[in-house]
Design a protein. Structure first.
Length: 220
């Protein structure tokens, strides 16, 4: 595996796993990210498990400013489509809480600055799940999501950050056309900004108490 002369942060594995946050306002929009570094993180990504080791993934990286701006425009248009959709998965969220207001402000910042992020990653996985049964859905998503998370962990270990985003998928066809993706055969996973982070200190995220969520030996 290629190795750049990159300093890894001094993080334990557990710290890495518990402090790899969604980064939006702390993406460094001024510092270029070398392609070799992105490639190195992708080499780590593809070590993830995937069904029968078929590796039906592609990694579309956009670092050319004009194309990046067009990609960001599709993202923004996807967000407008999301807000207009009465069946959106987020429709029941209570946006009056402090946490949701903080997330909304951060989401809006990323929307408004996405075109300035040094590189944007759109992973794809082979196959379509539009009509798929649950087994196929789980198998296909399960064959790409661990790799993407590996990528985000590899970024974090090197002082970079990203954010898992899916909002542009409301405009999946538009993004496919822009990037030359054959949308009949490949499914886009999301869009992942890539940048150095402003500072490298991140904490644990707010999560529910696990005691309320674990079910030992059945749901009863
Ligand atoms: C499936 C999925 C979709 C998401 N979509 C978006 C998105 O479109 N835009 C965005 O800014 N954040 C998006 N997020 C980021 C979440 O808001 C974030 O993970 C959550 O607030 C928890 O923050 P943390 O990752 O720092 O713990 C998404 C996260 C996931 C896992």
């Amino acid at each position: 595996m290629a190795r750049n002369d990159v300093d890894l942060l001094d993080l334990s594995l557990d710290e890495l796993l518990t402090t790899t946050r969604t980064v939006r306002k702390r993406l460094d929009l001024t510092r270029p990210v070398p392609r070799a570094l992105i490639t190195e993180c992708l080499e780590i990504a593809v070590q993830a498990p995937n069904g029968s080791n078929q590796q039906r993934w592609n990694w579309h990286v956009v670092d050319e400013p004009d194309l990046r701006a067009e990609v960001a425009e599709v993202y923004r248009s996807g967000m407008s489509g999301h807000q207009a959709d009465p069946n959106r998965a987020t429709r029941d969220i209570d946006y009056s809480t402090e946490e949701q207001q903080r997330i909304a402000s951060s989401v809006a910042y990323l929307r408004d600055h996405l075109h300035k992020v040094p590189a944007l990653l759109i992973p794809t996985v082979g196959g379509r799940m539009d009509e798929a049964d649950i087994f196929l859905q789980a198998s296909v998503w399960g064959s790409i999501l661990p790799a993407v998370w590996n990528f985000m962990l590899a970024l974090r270990a090197r002082g970079l950050g990203s954010a898992w985003t899916t909002i542009h998928l409301h405009k999946e066809a538009e993004m496919a056309e822009l990037l030359g993706i054959d949308a009949a055969k490949h499914t886009q996973v999301g869009l992942f900004p890539i940048a150095y982070t402003v500072g490298t200190e991140f904490g644990a995220g707010a999560r529910q108490d696990l005691a309320d969520l674990i079910r030992w030996n059945g749901a009863g």
